[in-house]
Design a protein around this ligand. Structure first.
Ligand code: SAM
Length: 194
């Protein structure tokens, strides 16, 4: 059983019950969120998108040094669900060109810098069905701290820039924004209108 809890997924489960759904997760890492999705929803198909590219200098995150082991761990963690999983070992902006399903939801948790978050929302909202859900993790803004210290990568602080991008998008479109879960790094989501 997954020890992760994703507030957005709990919400979808409460709305849809046992209805079969097709979804996607951008940013899989160790597969903990993926397993939670697979356990909580009646998944017909789950697209798992992650390039696991530890040489990607644009990906400045705590996860980067651990990507190789994380990829193996994720395969193992979701192994009971291989019949409903489609892996995309590539960046989200490449995968979006190849996925030909309409999605009930997209869970965005890849590169947390502003340009990437914006592209993920813009690109993947188009794949989501009317009435489906768009959201993700880490509705936060600012430097990342570990044990009270600013975390540095290549001598520079790393940042999360999800909240301002989401706020601007929600404001532009007049959507209702849900925010729930972990106090510092909550989930955010909205329903794509019918
Ligand atoms: C915070 S971790 C994801 C955690 C995971 N969702 C969970 O619940 O455990 C971020 C992941 O995003 C991936 N990533 C980085 N850039 C990406 C991109 N452009 N497209 C898709 N995934 C990306 C990284 O390789 C990393 O595994």
């Amino acid at each position: 059983m997954s020890d992760r809890k994703l507030a957005m997924i709990d919400y979808i489960a409460s709305e849809l019950g046992n209805k079969p759904v097709i979804g996607a997760e951008i940013g899989v890492f160790r597969g903990e969120g993926s397993l939670y999705i697979l356990e909580q929803l009646n998944i017909k198909k789950l697209h798992l998108i992650d390039p696991y590219n530890y040489e990607d200098a644009e990906y400045r995150d705590l996860a980067r040094p651990h990507l190789h082991e994380a990829s193996l761990e994720a395969q193992e963690r979701v192994k009971d669900y291989t019949d409903v999983i489609q892996w995309w070992h590539m960046a989200s902006d490449e995968a979006v060109k190849l996925i030909d399903d309409k999605l009930d939801f997209i869970y965005i948790d890849g590169n947390h810098y502003a340009d990437y978050v914006k592209n993920d929302i813009v690109n993947y909202e188009k794949l989501v069905k009317f009435g489906g859900w768009v959201g993700g993790h880490d509705y936060a803004n600012g430097d990342v701290y570990v044990s009270g210290e600013k975390f540095l990568m290549d001598g520079e602080p790393i940042q999360i820039e999800v909240k301002p991008v989401v706020d601007e998008w929600i404001e532009q479109h007049g959507y209702y924004l849900f925010v729930a879960g972990d106090r510092a790094f909550p989930d955010w989501w909205y329903q794509k209108p019918y």
